[in-house]
Design a protein around this ligand. Structure first.
Ligand SMILES: [Zn+2]
Ligand SMILES: [Zn+2]
Length: 380
């Protein structure tokens, strides 16, 4: 069957033939792929030739955001049945460390994990894929058209979870007990700055707004961009970061309230990401999710940095990947995200292609691009 990905030592995206996978273990599930989302990781793999096939293989199938339909299940599978809509997680654990042994490979301690479509494992840009039941989640049928967003939303769910877990150290940020970080309305009386209005930044904004956080979003697109329209539709405030220094960006937030409780970095823009540390408020948290690819040497005042982190009780935390629990959170929230913001997820899909037209899907020349979805097979 047709598969799309990269070849060892070769530039660009290619199609090649792979065998239809078969169920070999009782806990395996065969899934027919319906849609695959592309994101910055896929485009960066191409741009920087980061293909990473398994040992002994010369090709790697791309695509790590998917939704499909279960075709067949092994004899021991209990949570999925033929015909179920399903999504697959991305990372497969090292099989050695305790987090991986407990299905928390996003926190792998050895670095020996693999990732479907990214790191030494085939991804989802093909007709059929098979995997173990523990890596596959059932999707309510009414959510099937949104479920291709469960992977990016799971990344954001994990980032927000990290914020809530760590900031539970700080039960009192205002006079309202219901604004405690463990409460449903934890975002009340809080201000956040989201850096980057791509899919992750927009989804982070959605979850922050859900929690009642006053949210600013900085990006380098003009006011008439669909990204800005979406930011405003969520009652978040857009800051055009072009020709603005990080000081001026945070100046906009400070004008309004005084503190920035949360910075959520989702752009991978190193210089801005590092400089924003200087403007963190006391007792605040800064979560970084962007992964820069090129080298970037910067000068920082190390003494000032350490002094500030200590004296202000600040936390800077990185958050990568996500595990099954975050996918479940994403599936629990995805319908509400879309409904509350009037079909926002559908609007985020700015570019759609059939699998056969994969070459066009990887050419990014649309200034209004937010999310590309590849239709592998139509829903029945
Ligand atoms: Zn591990
Ligand atoms: Zn409050």
């Amino acid at each position: 069957m047709l598969a799309v990905g990269m070849l060892r030592g070769k530039e660009g995206v290619h199609s090649f033939d792979v065998p239809v996978p078969e169920i070999k273990q009782p806990d395996e599930v065969l899934v027919g792929v319906k849609q695959v989302g592309l994101d910055g990781t896929d485009f960066n793999m191409l741009r920087h030739q980061l293909q990473d096939p398994a040992e002994g293989r010369d090709e790697v199938v791309m695509g790590h955001e998917m939704v499909g339909v279960v075709e067949e299940t092994g004899s021991a599978v209990t949570s999925l049945a033929s015909g179920d809509v399903a999504v697959m997680t991305v990372r497969r654990g090292c099989g050695i460390c305790h987090p991986c042994l407990h299905n928390q490979s996003d926190m792998c301690m050895t670095g020996l994990y693999t990732e479907r479509g990214i790191h030494r494992l085939d991804g989802f840009l093909t007709r059929f894929v098979a995997d173990r039941e523990q890596y596959i989640l059932k999707v309510p049928p009414r959510l099937r058209d949104l479920a291709v967003f469960s992977e990016p939303l799971s990344i954001v769910e994990k980032g927000i979870e990290q914020i809530k877990l760590i900031q539970s150290r700080l039960p009192w940020t205002c006079s309202h007990p219901e604004h405690d970080f463990q409460s449903g309305d934890w975002g009340g009386c809080k201000t956040a700055l989201v850096v980057g209005a791509g899919p992750l930044g927009l989804l982070a904004t959605a979850l922050l707004r859900f929690a009642g956080t006053k949210t600013y979003v900085a990006d380098i697109v003009s006011e008439d961009s669909p990204k800005v329209h979406m930011v405003r539709h969520m009652d978040a405030i857009y800051i055009d970061a072009r020709d603005r220094t990080p000081a001026e960006i945070v100046g906009r937030c400070f004008q309004a309230g005084g503190l920035i409780d949360i910075i959520f970095e989702a752009a991978g823009a190193v210089a801005t990401a590092i400089e924003l540390i200087n403007y963190m408020s006391r007792s605040s948290i800064y979560v970084m999710t962007g992964i820069p690819r090129k080298e970037m040497m910067l000068q920082v005042d190390g003494a000032q940095l350490v002094r500030q982190l200590v004296r202000y009780n600040q936390v800077i935390v990185g958050s990568v990947n996500s595990n099954r629990s975050h996918f479940q959170m994403a599936l629990d929230d995805i319908g509400e995200v879309d409904a509350r913001f009037d079909g926002m997820l559908g609007e985020m899909v700015t570019n759609r292609f059939q699998l056969e037209n994969y070459e066009q899907a990887f050419i990014l020349d649309d200034p209004n691009h937010i999310k590309t979805v590849i239709d592998v097979e139509p829903w029945d």
